[in-house]
Design a protein around this ligand. Structure first.
Ligand code: CA
Ligand code: CA
Length: 903
């Protein structure tokens, strides 16, 4: 890292002209110095009331106060220094100015029509913009008073709508963050309610502050801008932002830049870094990317991977690179050989769990606890892990700290801001060279902190704007954490700018959005359009389209959820086929053991035939893309559209086009499929049977019309030792062994916080050595998964582009009331279809514990992958040979593809 010698000149410029500049510098810089001043410093003020924020500023002129009667008089009270006192029945005191409000008959603007009933108010006399801006700074309280001027009710105001109305038109086109060029460095931060913004400058990651600059206010956009006529690369900055905080008064926040592209270790300081600087660029970075472009969701086969899991336990990666971005550079490691093999059989995209700056792993000196040698069902391993869970090197990372910077803990030097950028890019480069596109799991739905917590980067700069608030003005937390308000324009802009940056500067190809249903459909579509326009390539979006929390059922806006996204070309995870295959994923282990799927026990219980029939129909629907309009004959004996089939009170088929449903049977959440099957199958079920069932589960996903999604390790029977939620379970329970020696089962009781109540039920399972696969079985599982993928890759019939083609070319045999629920048979018609390679494909899924026979007209032969001498499932060809003439015989727990040739 270069520290520029011109730094001395900066200090000189800053402080020249002050009479005793040396002492002044010392005093002034104390506010910049982490060792001398806390991150938030309360400034002198007149004391402040603490009120809920029940009213809304919905535009520059309009207010709504839900729940209040209309009688009385309304006023807005303002004090620049605080000290307003309001008590019901008394006259308000301590304000500098007041602004009468009158009832308004105007409609609420779009985005606020969901607000509860109550008076809509507007300025009684027109207020010019300068006065409006003044009201936003300091203490502002809305009161309802009787005719004698006594207070009847008082509230603070949620100002997001007003801020958007006053500033967003001018702010949206601007670039935020810090830009450094040879002749200048400049920065811009959005802080419309701040009374001052200054910039602290530091010559190095650990160095004492060297300067403090004033930023200039831009009243049109609500932003603050600063500029220096030199290249400050290598230096660091923080902002000092003075904002009003209810209950505290004026607070001087020392805070990093929300648009930081890199930081010092643990995100203490924002780095000044030009992303086109040589030290950020690996060799060949500017050459055109040769990785395949994919235009349609259903051509994607996604492999979900955690950077640390990928190499932490790989002995073929040099120790200093294990768990790091750099591990992807070790071309001959177990891990990279495995990834290249996956690319060869048809995996298209690696999706990384969070790799933006996350808050929950120490970037320097994280702990790697030494596990005790203990029994497979011992509580000791987890006790060791959990004792240091907050300080160890592992977390899934769903704790966004800075959305636009790479996480530092995966870099070899987190204190050198160029290193994490360069190493991240090298990782992308290495994956691209392996034939894999790169995507990332974005978590714009919440931040790691809000309010006055140190890591609340957004909320400390514009209090109350970026987070979604409830009717009292408190932060909503339905996502687990402090929800963001992506319906507010500047939060939507931050998300959109962030995604553009990752796509442009890191060449990412696709994204998964965490809890996307908490974000507006309109924001997602606008963002995708912008990427198309500015990048000239298709960036594919998938996400969690669940419908819950304060935004459920469109309570505040049209969500980017399963049922609202129809036809928009954004994929959502489908729980329909997932639950049908593996059974329920929630509840106690006792509940889970009873909640079986088509794959793991429903078919073996004659008393549950109806459930099995329903599951088989949901899986047929999955094979047809989980399409709303796809018609087929269900177990009830009538032809139904997908949308007419019930899934827990919702339409089972919801996708408008194939690919909009993302099919999966395992992801990072909940038990792995292997572990779910340990809970749901009889303990006596052999490892061979488990392996066959796991492969069958993968085939149900991979051979369906839709986006295919696979969790890393699903192909090697990955176990988390029955951990149901391994987000902070350390390396021990997130083990991924590409040397194929150990699948992770029986590594001790899973961590107590999420699993303790189940320990008694699961201890005997973990102690059962017969449930641990051998290395040979793991190799066989990987080979079988490879065959499943090769079959998908063998024909374009698995990724038909439109719902109409799916209806035309996909049909089921043996469905209806007299069906065998254990047998799902799909025929794909390849007549005249480009890339079909075969005249037809017959996909047979046998969930039964016995071989099954079927007759389907046509000259079917085994798919070449099964017929190859290298076929992983050695049962298939001999079983078929044992068939009677005209009959196809398939082994128990198998997915078998047949093909038909000719005119
Ligand atoms: Ca971090
Ligand atoms: Ca941890």
């Amino acid at each position: 890292m270069t520290v520029f010698s011109r730094l001395g000149w900066v200090s000189w410029v800053l402080f020249m002209g002050l009479p005793t500049w040396a002492q002044s510098q010392t005093r002034e810089l104390a506010a910049c110095d982490e060792t001398r001043t806390p991150f938030a410093q309360a400034l002198p003020h007149a004391g402040a009331a603490v009120l809920n924020a029940q009213a809304y500023g919905v535009s520059a002129e309009l207010f709504r106060w839900p729940g209040q009667p209309l009688d009385g008089q309304f006023r807005l009270l303002h004090s620049a220094q605080g000290g307003i006192q309001v008590a019901v029945g008394e006259q308000a005191q301590g304000f500098d100015s007041s602004f009468p409000l009158a009832a308004s008959s105007r409609d609420l603007p779009a985005g606020f029509t969901w607000l509860g009933a109550g008076p809509t108010l507007q300025w009684a006399a027109p207020l010019d913009r300068t006065a409006q801006l003044e009201v936003l700074r300091g203490q502002t309280i809305l009161v309802r008073e009787d005719e004698r001027g006594n207070v009847l009710a008082a509230t603070r105001i949620q100002m997001a709508g007003a801020l958007d109305a006053l500033f967003a038109d001018a702010a949206e086109p601007l670039s935020f963050g810090i830009v450094s060029r040879p002749d200048r460095t400049e920065g811009r931060v959005w802080a419309p309610t701040a009374r001052t913004v200054e910039v602290c400058v530091y010559p190095g990651a650990q160095a004492a502050p060297s300067g403090r600059l004033a930023a200039a206010w831009d009243a049109a956009s609500g932003s603050w801008h600063w500029r220096q006529p030199l290249d400050m690369q290598g230096q660091f900055v923080t902002y000092l932002v003075e904002v009003w905080v209810e209950g505290q008064g004026w607070v001087r926040q020392r805070v990093t830049d929300p648009y930081a592209v890199s930081l010092s270790a643990n995100s203490r300081r924002t780095a000044v870094l030009d992303l086109s600087a040589p030290q950020t660029q690996p060799k060949g970075w500017n050459a055109p990317t040769r990785v395949r472009e994919i235009q349609r969701l259903n051509e994607m086969v996604v492999y979900e991977l955690h950077v640390r899991d990928f190499s932490r336990d790989d002995p073929t990666v040099r120790p200093a690179w294990r768990g790091k971005y750099n591990a992807f550079l070790e071309g001959h490691s177990y891990g990279m050989r495995h990834l290249r093999a996956l690319a060869q059989v048809g995996v298209t995209d690696v999706h990384l769990l969070p790799v933006f700056d996350l808050a929950t792993v120490p970037e320097q000196g994280c702990l790697e606890p030494k596990l005790p040698k203990a029994a497979p069902s011992s509580p000791l391993q987890q006790a060791t892990v959990m004792a240091v869970a907050g300080q160890d090197c592992f977390n899934w990372g769903y704790d966004p700290f800075h959305f636009n910077a790479p996480e530092g803990s995966f870099a070899t030097d987190p204190d050198d801001p160029a290193v994490r950028v360069r190493e991240f890019r090298q990782m992308v480069q290495a994956l691209h060279r392996a034939g894999l596109r790169v995507g990332m799991d974005m978590v714009y739905n919440h931040t790691t902190a809000a309010g006055q917590k140190e890591r609340a980067v957004l909320d400390r700069i514009v209090p109350g704007y970026y987070q979604r608030l409830n009717a009292q003005g408190e932060v909503e937390r339905s996502t687990c954490c402090d929800n963001t308000a992506t319906e507010h324009r500047m939060m939507a802009k931050l998300m959109s700018d962030s995604l553009l940056l990752w796509s442009r500067e890191y060449k990412l190809d696709s994204y998964r959005f965490d809890l996307m249903g908490h974000q507006p459909r309109a924001a997602m579509l606008a963002m995708r359009e912008r990427l198309r326009r500015e990048l000239g390539r298709e960036i594919l979006f998938i996400g969690e389209g669940w419908n819950f929390g304060e935004v459920a059922n469109g309570a505040r806006f049209v969500q980017a959820s399963q049922l609202s996204l129809k036809g928009d070309g954004i994929g959502t995870f489908s729980d329909r086929g997932r639950d049908a295959a593996r059974g329920g994923s929630f509840g106690s282990v006792k509940d889970l053991m009873g909640s079986k799927g088509w794959l793991n026990g429903l078919l073996d219980d004659p008393a549950r035939r109806l459930e099995a029939l329903r599951a088989a129909d949901l899986l047929r629907l999955q094979l047809a893309g989980t399409l709303a309009e796809f018609r087929f004959v269900t177990h009830e004996g009538t032809a139904k559209r997908g949308a007419e089939i019930d899934y827990a009170g919702q339409p089972a088929g919801y996708a408008d086009q194939p690919g909009e449903a993302v099919h999966y049977v395992e992801n990072h959440d909940n038990h792995t499929l292997f572990d779910a099957n340990v809970l749901k199958l009889p303990p006596a079920a052999s490892l061979a049977e488990r392996l066959f069932r796991q492969t069958l589960g993968s085939a149900l996903v991979a051979w369906s019309q839709g986006t295919v999604y696979v969790h890393a390790g699903q192909e090697l029977l990955r176990s988390k030792s029955l951990d149901r939620n391994s987000y902070d379970s350390g390396d021990a329970f997130n083990r991924l062994d590409y040397s194929l020696r150990d699948n992770g089962f029986g590594h001790g009781l899973p961590p107590e916080p999420d699993n303790g109540r189940d320990w008694a039920a699961i201890a005997p399972l973990l102690g059962n050595a017969a449930l641990r696969p051998t290395p040979a079985q793991l190799r066989q599982a990987v080979a079988a998964f490879g065959d499943v993928m090769r079959i998908r890759s063998s024909s374009s019939l698995f990724s038909l582009p439109t719902a109409a083609e799916v209806q035309k070319r996909v049909r089921f045999h043996g469905s209806g009331p007299h069906q065998d629920p254990a047998l799902i048979v799909a025929e794909l018609d390849g007549t005249g279809w480009p890339g079909a390679r075969f005249q037809g494909l017959l996909l047979v899924f046998n969930g039964a514990s016995e071989a099954r026979e079927l007759s389907v007209p046509g000259a079917w032969r085994l798919h070449p992958v099964h017929a190859s001498p290298n076929a992983a499932d050695r049962r298939v060809a001999p079983t078929l040979r044992a068939s009677r003439p005209g009959v196809l015989r398939v082994p128990p727990w198998s997915a078998v593809a047949f093909v038909r040739d000719g005119g």
